[in-house]
Design a binder for this molecule. Structure first.
Ligand SMILES: *Cc1c(COP(=O)(O)O)cnc(C)c1O
Length: 427
């Protein structure tokens, strides 16, 4: 595979952009080698600047659930562009997207749109603190909630794969209100909440963890979260930036039947444009300015292009058979990978909820960040590069999810499995 142009661009980029990338995992640090510079994308494929094509299971880290450049979304964005790209004044589109979100996730009685998942999390935590008049927050090791200062404690993939244990530049004062607990561990959760109940404003969790690889929640864990937070007047925040509209139209909260107080969305609801959203019960959300005193604002919040892309994406996802197709194709891929690994004698622990997929190079089980870290990241790196050379693009880190889109065909999956059989044999 010819990659000279990507190599040259990466060298150029490193001169002007820190590490050559605008978001760390893109740099391939944890798997070695150099990133491929992408020229365009369509359907299930990425095309790089050297003319290579890849079947893409990263999908911009989750948003492109319809595949790349889907015709209906592209057309809607093109039409929207002609109407101007930002007004700094309200639009009817924003109501439409907010209504679609509430219809899918009824716990989000009111919705505020922002420009990224990071921003949505920061804002939701601010309102949770104001509402409860408490400062403490509890998060789980390996869960990622964006890069705001006080959430960079034990935050999974991006940080750990770079080997940054605690982020310099974050004053200790800023994280002193942040408690961390292991994922899926009801006992530790109970202890921490008992000990700190009067200080905790909220518990924030990825209801399906997607930033330490994919780790599924035990039913007891999610139930205990809801019960304990209710009992102690603590708000429960579901960060569904990945799982929202991914595992089901109504997200993980619908799938598991657990209702959080606040929900964070991002990724899919922007259809590949920058977006985030947070929402919840009206009596909490009404505290946000201008209806209440909790300040939160954004020049490009509710941007008409992003909102248009989001609306068109959700319209497609509401169609019949969409999640059944994602499930079938994801099951075919995951089952095939499992079989290939077993045949080659490679220990592989697989995790999956719908089209959110994980595979750890370990005999497992993988239930939290501690067990995820025991997987063989060197084996993953070898697998990753063999797949990349065969034109299959998985995440350049063991601790990220693989995603399926509606554009992936059975032939794409066959090709992927053939490449994987060869790759596992070579490990
Ligand atoms: C991606 C992600 C975020 C951050 O969203 P950005 O738009 O990258 O700021 C927050 N939470 C989770 C669970 C995510 O996967």
């Amino acid at each position: 595979m010819k990659t000279q142009r990507s190599e040259q661009l990466f060298a150029d980029a490193q001169q002007i952009i820190p590490g050559g990338v605008n978001s760390p995992v893109r740099a391939f640090r944890s798997v070695g080698g150099h990133p491929r510079f992408i020229a365009r994308a369509k359907g299930s494929r990425l095309y790089d600047v050297d003319g290579n094509s890849y079947i893409d299971y990263v999908l911009s880290w989750g948003p492109m659930i319809l595949g790349h450049a889907p015709a209906s979304v592209t057309k809607a964005i093109q039409q929207a562009v002609a109407n101007g790209t930002s007004y700094g004044a309200p639009t009817e589109l924003e109501i439409q997207l907010a209504l679609m979100i509430r219809e899918a996730l009824p716990s989000m009685e009111q919705v505020r749109l922002v420009s990224s998942g990071t921003e949505a999390v920061m804002s939701a935590i601010r309102v949770a603190r104001a509402y409860t008049k408490r400062d403490g927050i509890l998060k789980f090791e390996g869960c990622y909630h964006g890069h705001s200062d006080y959430l960079l404690a034990k935050a999974g993939s991006g940080l750990t794969t770079l080997g940054i244990p605690d982020c310099p530049g974050v004053p200790e004062d800023f994280t002193k209100h942040t408690l961390t607990a292991p994922y899926n561990n009801v006992q530790v959760l109970e202890q921490l909440i008992r000990r700190h109940d009067r200080q905790l404003a909220c518990v924030i969790v990825e209801p399906i963890a997607g930033n330490m690889g994919v780790i599924t929640p035990s039913p007891e864990f999610l139930q205990a979260l809801r019960k304990l937070t209710d009992a102690h007047g603590i708000l429960l925040i579901f960060d569904e930036v990945i799982s929202g509209f991914r595992v089901q139209y109504g997200g993980a909260q619908t799938l598991y039947g657990i209702t959080p107080d606040l929900t964070i969305l991002g990724k899919i609801i922007g259809g590949g444009l920058p977006v985030g959203a947070y929402g919840g019960a009206k009596d909490i959300m009404k505290m946000i300015a201008p209806s209440g005193p909790v300040y939160q604002a954004g020049t490009l919040s509710g941007n008409p292009l992003a909102v248009t892309a989001g609306i068109e994406t959700l319209k497609r996802l509401k169609g019949k058979g969409v999640y059944a197709q994602l499930e079938d194709r994801s099951a075919a891929l995951a089952d095939g990978l499992g079989k290939a690994a077993r045949k080659a004698g490679v220990p592989l622990t697989q995790t999956r909820v719908g089209s959110m997929m994980g595979a750890f190079f370990t005999a497992g089980p993988v239930v939290d960040w501690g067990s995820a870290k025991k997987s063989d990241t060197k084996a993953y790196a070898k697998f990753f590069h063999q797949m990349l050379d065969a034109g299959i693009y998985f995440a350049p880190s063991q601790f990220e999810a693989a995603f399926m889109s509606l554009a992936h065909t059975p032939r794409d999956i066959d090709r992927t499995l053939k490449a994987a059989q060869a790759a596992f044999k070579n490990l």
